[in-house]
Design a protein around this ligand. Sequence first.
Ligand code: ADP
Ligand code: GN1
Ligand code: MG
Length: 372
Amino acid sequence: MTQEEKDKVERVASNFQFEGKLMNMVPWGNGHINDTYLLTYGIGKMGYIRVILQRMNKNVFPKPVELMENIVNITTFLHKKIEENGGDPYRETLNVIPTKNGMPYFIDSEDEYWRSFVFITDASSYDMVKNPEDFYQSALAFGKFQCLLADFPASELHETIADFHNTKQRLVNFKKAVEEDVAGRVAEVGEEIQFVLERENEAGFFTDLIEKNELPIRVTHNDTKLNNIMIDNYSGKGICVIDLDTTMPGLAVHDFGDSIRFGASTAKEDETDLSKVSCSMELFEAYTRGFIDGCGGKLTRRELELLPMGAKMMTYECGMRFLTDYLQNDVYFKTSREGHNLDRARTQFKLVADMESKWEQMCSIVEKYIKF
Ligand code: ADP
Ligand code: GN1
Ligand code: MG
């Protein structure tokens, strides 16, 4: 961190209800969207306390006030439920730490929005699955999250990003980016563009089903990648679902699918050696089992049957989003090297092709766990 950045974070931190003396601060985690810091406070003879401080991404979330209203409502709801169920509400859900004025966010002099969460201790978030059991545990936790929110009043939630998983609309945006070619990169990615266009008829698959009322709209997380869940360092259990920015009405199949595209891959999301990238059927099975268990029998037969399609669609959509961002000069996702978004798009397309070649196997794995 530069001295300027440190001064800034310290100034912002002084506006929150933190106690003790600020001892240390470091950038934290591998999220693509917000700027996350871990701050450590000394509290005298009692030791240290850590907190998460985040600068919210204004470019991605144009309505930070509504977004924070969602997060406060969801976390308050979960906190109460977890407490009633005898769980630990400071480890099993995010908890917002308010500002000294009692607000859930702080606006700095540059009109940037900041927020803080209780740090989840003795837990880690992973960018790749270490063993199938961890992945099973994360599936269980994401499924349970959906289950816990089943009676949350969905009408109270604001749509934080319009058309977030509207793959059909994502395709429209992609085509526009190709047409505009603002960064002059279209010529070098002909093959990838072709890959997207060859599958364009499938982009409307879920939007059409929603229009026909064939799938239930539930309160879903919508960004269920493995590093958005905290896994307990000792028990290996998925204890807390984090990154609630996109929790809003959506499809269960999308939550399932987004986890598969990230966690069932045999390589990192930005791996450049594509020969390492494939969709592991062992991990696909572990996640399927966990998600179905976690959802506690709430998913309909139609939803269950469409889980493989959810996986393919989320991977296709995400690849398309990375490629769109590459064509638009990397303005959405954080990047840390030249061609980073293109590398990410390529892994997603490799995964889509791999899923297509393993389609029957994916469908029969899911069938195995449908209990009715
Ligand atoms: P982004 O939207 O940029 O992905 P996240 O909210 O997912 O931001 O935070 C980025 C990373 O910071 C997470 O993947 C996780 O490792 C860590 N993190 C976020 N919130 C907490 C928390 N309350 N306790 C512990 N770690 C956290
Ligand atoms: C972003 O915030 P993060 O890093 O957990 C993105 C997801 C993408 C993901 C790709 C709000 O997730 O939609 O699937 O990157 N989040 C938002 O890794 O756009
Ligand atoms: Mg995240």
